[in-house]
Structures are given as structure tokens and as C-alpha cells.
Design a protein around this ligand. Structure first.
Ligand code: G6P
Length: 614
């Protein structure tokens, strides 16, 4: 949610900033802007819309300067517009600031600064920081860095900040609380990013700023980090940036989303690599080994997550309850954190997040930790906030996910949850050995079966035509495929803007059936064996109200197939593993519908990939 990039060194900053902004655009694409330090002044260029629009606008401008900051915005305070775009300037135009996060007490600060004569150009919360820092800098006679630290003591909220000043044009001031920020260290040059994507092609040496850090970087003076409240200098902790440049490109696919859907066999395999060995009969997640006993003794498990990760968590509930026989509660992180939940010291909280930066999930983790619970993370982005604040955890190894609609992260999360449940179930003795062996040998086949499922791409593209003019859709699933129905509906609505609802199949009679007529596509997941007849009855109920069935069935099915307008057959697996296959056609369906409707698949309107504000 909002992307930050900055550079200071001996190169021209502009090309680095623009390239970085393009990489970070998945974090927000309402507007973009840059500020460059040029001969004792700052030049700031901003545009509503994409980074390409900004780049085009800048073509006729002076783009020189060896220190600069750039921002791509997901609007929170103030509509998407050029005026509300970052960077925001101090009233004398000599301090420029970009921000990711929310300044919660901005109304109060704005009032105070207005009383002191400051005039505001934008409706953003960020602009108060530019004036507040300017006010302190001018009136306290201190350095800009000190002014930033004093200002931030008066700020309530979350931020990652990069600040550029005309007075010290070879220097950047950075600060972090709540939102991510890392510094790439080159040869007398510094590359700053909200994540590693704008940095990786220049250096792999990075420092992840911690909450409360204020850093100053300059090619002449190097890097210093202090705490907002503490004058003492902190030793930077250098880490290696784990990221591949090729993973950040589309690799011949039309969209990142399609590329990422097709990467799932590899992503699932990578998430199992070194953790599942069927021949040696091993299921082991090294990252949680130390906490496994605690997990086995837990009275209950609470899973916290948002969005697609919440859906993966809901699949996890079925997995853990059936394999480990521990009660599981799946919570929306945003609800959990604000309702004074009961959390006990022997609770295990599993936090799931692709980005590892989702503000509500991070806050839920902090809350659980403060109550003494053990928190296990499942996340995709290495060294993200979640990875750093949890007691232990497992990475998903899906590789960078750029498309805003999550796909491979979901299947990788479900893979890790399956491995976790199997490892614990085996140790706890809650799963018969024969059953355990059956599951692991089927799990090993999943990457290959996803590959097979992807061959249905053209058939699904043809089915997508049926949805193009529709305004609504219902997705039905039972048991472990109910969360898949929710995920399928989410995919369709977020990228094609067709309203879609996921429901447990049997719940249809309690409301959604009223919506069914000849216009209503009903996508039914009908792969489960135990309740197959019940699902067939649900399908009949839809058909008798003239609804149209699009079914996902196990290869060889004839009963549901014969009742369906369109039928997608997926390879046979154990019911408990079906989400890893059944979600794939739903991702492809949403993708093709969105493309046919002319929607911007990788950057759906109003959304952002990493929701680092509440
Ligand atoms: C946003 C993204 C979703 C994602 C959700 C949770 O809404 O658009 O794709 O599922 O955030 O993100 P996380 O990074 O915590 O999994």
C-alpha cells in the first residue's frame, strides 16, 4: 500500500526511481511522483494515474539529480489526484517527503499548523509531516535529522518515510514505524525501497529498518541509524536480499496473474522441497521444530489473516481439525484485534500473510504476543515484518507475487498448512498411519496434477465468455472446498468487478436461492465424495430455478457433468487435498473473464497488493 523508492549516489537518480516505481506499482497505482535534488533546489513532478503517465509527463522536464525520492500511491486520505500525489513539500519548497502509512492524529496536527500560519495544498495526512518538520527545523535551529526525530515524537500512526532536503541535497532521511522500508547498500550509494524489488538489480546487501528507526544515508557520510527516542547510534544489521530479478518480470505472459497461476506447480513443489520426503517417510518443517511440542500441547489454534490468506487459513481449519484434532478458530485479523479476544498462554496463533506486511495481521500478532501466546507465521516475503516478529514460522517459497489478485501464494499457503497438519498429526498420533501415508503420497503428486489442470486453460477461456455480460455469480462448495468457493468468488469480483458470493452449498436454501434465475451462473465445486449426493440435490435445486451450473468435478464424473452447462474436470486426489487443484480453474476463470471484460487484471481498481494501513 503505497510504494517508496529513493536513491542517493553518483548515478542519475531519475531512471532508478522510475524503474523502481514500476516494480512497486502493485502497492498502489492511484498516482505517482518524484522529487530530485538539483543545484540547491528541489524539482518535484507528480501525476494522477500510473508511473508510465508520470514518466511521460517528465519527458520534457529537467530530470537531472543524483539524489531523489519517488512514490506510488494507494489513496487513503484525499481522492486520487495530482495534488494529493506524493511527494509533499514544506511551505518553502525545500523539504520533500514521501510516506507509506497513516498519520492518525493528522487532523489535530493540521489544525495546530494552520494556526501557526501553514497553508495546506492537499487533503492528505502526509502533508502535515512536511510542515511539522519544517516548523521544527526552522524554529529549533537543529539539524533536519533532529527535526524529523522531534516531529515523529508528536506523530501517532504508521509510517515509512523518505525525506529529501534542498539544504542537504546529497542526503536522505528515512524513518520507519509499522510500514516496511529497507536500505540497499551499494558502492558509496544507497537504494531505498518499500521492498527489495527496486533494489535487487543494484545490490543484495540490505538493512531492514526496525520500528522506531530514523536513518540518514549520504554517499559522503555513509549510513547512520538512531532511534526516534534515543540519540545513540545503532549498528546496522546487514542482510542478504533474497530475490530473483527474473521473478519480477512477466516472462512472456500477458499478465503477472497468469504467469503466477502457471507458476503454481513450481511454487507448490518449492514449498514442499526439503520438507516432504515420501520415500524416507519424512514431513518436517524445520522453521517450527523448536515450537512443535508447544503446538502439540495446544488446547486450540487461532489462525489470523486477511483476504486470500484468510481463505487459506479456513482450509487450514479443516486440515488441522481432521488431522491433528485440535480445535481451530479462523479469525479476520481486523476483527480479532479490536474485540478484546480471549487469548491464553497455551494458545498457538498461526498468522498467514503473503506479504508479511498486512497491518491488521501484524497488529493481531502483536496482540497475541502481548497475551503470551506463541505465534507461528506462514508468509511468502523473506524478512518481512511478520517473519521478524513471530516466534517461529515457515516460508511459502512461492516467489514474488506481483499480481494484486493472489493465486500462487494461496496454493503455497495451503501446501504449508497441509505439511504442518501432517507433521503434527503424525507426532500426536491423531491420524492413522495408513491414512497419513496415503495423504503424503497423494500430496507429492499435486504439482504434477496442477500442471495437468493448467492444460484446461483454453477450455476455461471458452467458458469465460458465458460470464462476460453477467452481473452476479454464486460459488458453492462444501467442507474443505467451501473456502475454495469463497476464494473463487473473491477472484472473480476483485478483477472482473462482477459481484460474486461464495456460500456453503447447503446454505444456499437459506437465502441465495432467492437470487437464482436464468441469468445466474452458479459455480459448484462437486469433487467431495462424502456429500456428493447432497451436492447433486443442491445442483438440482438450482436447475429447477433455471440457474446455470458451471461445475468443477473429479475426472470421470458423469452425474454432475450431465447436469452442468459447463463442466471442468480436475484430476482425482484425496478429498483433503482437493483445494490445491479445485482453486486453479477458478483462478483461470476469473482471469479470462476479467481479460474479456477489458479489465486491468494485474492492477484492479481500488485495490493494492500489500495493505499496510488499517
Ligand atoms: C490484499 C491483497 C490480497 C491479499 C490480502 C492479504 O487485499 O489484494 O490479495 O490476500 O491483502 O494480504 P497478505 O499479504 O497478508 O496475504
Amino acid at each position: 500500500m503505497c510504494g517508496i523508492v529513493a536513491y542517493t549516489g553518483c548515478k542519475e537518480a531519475y531512471p532508478i526511481l522510475i524503474k523502481g516505481l514500476k516494480r512497486l506499482e502493485y502497492r498502489g497505482y492511484d498516482s505517482a511522483g518524484v522529487s530530485l535534488a538539483q543545484n540547491g533546489t528541489l524539482s518535484t513532478y507528480k501525476q494522477k494515474g500510473s508511473v508510465d503517465q508520470l514518466d511521460e509527463f517528465c519527458m520534457s522536464k529537467d530530470r537531472s539529480g543524483k539524489t531523489g525520492i519517488g512514490h506510488t500511491r494507494w489513496a487513503t486520505h484525499g481522492e486520487p489526484s495530482t495534488t494529493n500525489a506524493h511527494p509533499h513539500l514544506s511551505s518553502d519548497g525545500r523539504i520533500s517527503i514521501i510516506h507509506n502509512g497513516i498519520i492518525e492524529n493528522y487532523v489535530y496536527l493540521r489544525e495546530e499548523l494552520t494556526k501557526r500560519g501553514y497553508q495546506f495544498q492537499s487533503e492528505t495526512d502526509t502533508e502535515v509531516l512536511a510542515h511539522l518538520i519544517e516548523d521544527i527545523y526552522k524554529n529549533e535551529g537543529c539539524s533536519l535529522e533532529e527535526a524529523v526525530r522531534i516531529a515523529l515524537k508528536n506523530v501517532v500512526g504508521a509510517y515509512a518515510l523518505a525525506i529529501l532536503s534542498a539544504d542537504e541535497p546529497d542526503q536522505l532521511i528515512l524513518a520507519k514505524k509499522g510500514s516496511p522500508l529497507l536500505i540497499g547498500i551499494g558502492n558509496n550509494e544507497y537504494f531505498i525501497g518499500s521492498d527489495g524489488s527496486p533494489i535487487v538489480e543494484y545490490t543484495r546487501k540490505v538493512v531492514y529498518l526496525e520500528d522506531g528507526d530514523v536513518a540518514v544515508v549520504s554517499p559522503q557520510k555513509g549510513l547512520t541509524i538512531k532511534n526516534i527516542d534515543d540519540e545513540t547510534t545503532k549498528r546496522p544489521y546487514l542482510q542478504k536480499l533474497e530475490l530473483n530479478l527474473e521473478q519480477l518480470e512477466k516472462g512472456g505472459f500477458e499478465h503477472f496473474m497468469l504467469k503466477e497461476i502457471f507458476e503454481q506447480p513450481r511454487a507448490i513443489k518449492d514449498s514442499m522441497r526439503g520438507r516432504l520426503n515420501v520415500k524416507k517417510d519424512i514431513v518436517e518443517l524445520g522453521g517450527i521444530r523448536e515450537y512443535e511440542q508447544k503446538m502439540l500441547n495446544a488446547r486450540r489454534i487461532i489462525i489470523v489473516a486477511c483476504g486470500t490468506s484468510w481463505h487459506a487459513g479456513t482450509v487450514g481449519e479443516y486440515l488441522f481439525e481432521s488431522i491433528v484434532r485440535i480445535p481451530v478458530e479462523v479469525e479476520y485479523a481486523s476483527e480479532f484485534r479490536y474485540r478484546n479476544p480471549l487469548i491464553y498462554e497455551d494458545d498457538i496463533v498461526i498468522a498467514i500473510s503473503q506479504s508479511g506486511e498486512t497491518a491488521d495481521t501484524i497488529a493481531a500478532v502483536e496482540l497475541a504476543k502481548s497475551k503470551g501466546a506463541t505465534v507461528i507465521g506462514i508468509c511468502n516475503v523473506v524478512s518481512s515484518t511478520l517473519a521478524r516478529i513471530t516466534h517461529a514460522g515457515s516460508y511459502t517459497h512461492a516467489g514474488p507475487e506481483i499480481g494484486v489478485a493472489s493465486t500462487k501464494a494461496f496454493t503455497a499457503q495451503v501446501t504449508v498448512l497441509t505439511l504442518m497438519a501432517l507433521s503434527l498429526g503424525r507426532k500426536k498420533g491423531t491420524i492413522p498411519l495408513s491414512e497419513y501415508h496415503k495423504i503424503i503420497s497423494h500430496l507429492e503428486l499435486i504439482p504434477q496434477q496442477v500442471e495437468e489442470t493448467l492444460k484446461l486453460n483454453d477450455d476455461i477461456k471458452a467458458i469465460a465468455k458465458f460470464f462476460v455480460e453477467k452481473r452476479n455469480a454464486i460459488y458453492l462448495g462444501r467442507g474443505i472446498n467451501f473456502p475454495v468457493a469463497l476464494e473463487g468468488a473473491l477472484k472473480l469480483k476483485e478483477i472482473s468487478y462482477i459481484h460474486a458470493e461464495g456460500y456453503p452449498s447447503a446454505e444456499m436454501k437459506h437465502g441465495p436461492i432467492a437470487l437464482i434465475d436464468e441469468e445466474m451462473p452458479v459455480v459448484v465445486l462437486a469433487t467431495e465424495q462424502d456429500t456428493y449426493e447432497k451436492t447433486v440435490s443442491n445442483i438440482d435445486e438450482v436447475i429447477s430455478r433455471k440457474g446455470r451450473i458451471i461445475s468443477i468435478v473429479t475426472k470421470g464424473d458423469s452425474v454432475v457433468k450431465n447436469k452442468s452447462t459447463y463442466c471442468i474436470e480436475i484430476p482425482e486426489t484425496l478429498e483433503i487435498l482437493t483445494p490445491l487443484l479445485s482453486c486453479v480453474p477458478l483462478q483461470l476463470l476469473a482471469y479470462h473473464v476479467a481479460v474479456l471484460r477489458g479489465c486491468n487484471v494485474d492492477k484492479p481498481r481500488n485495490l493494492a497488493k500489500s495493505v499496510s494501513v488499517e
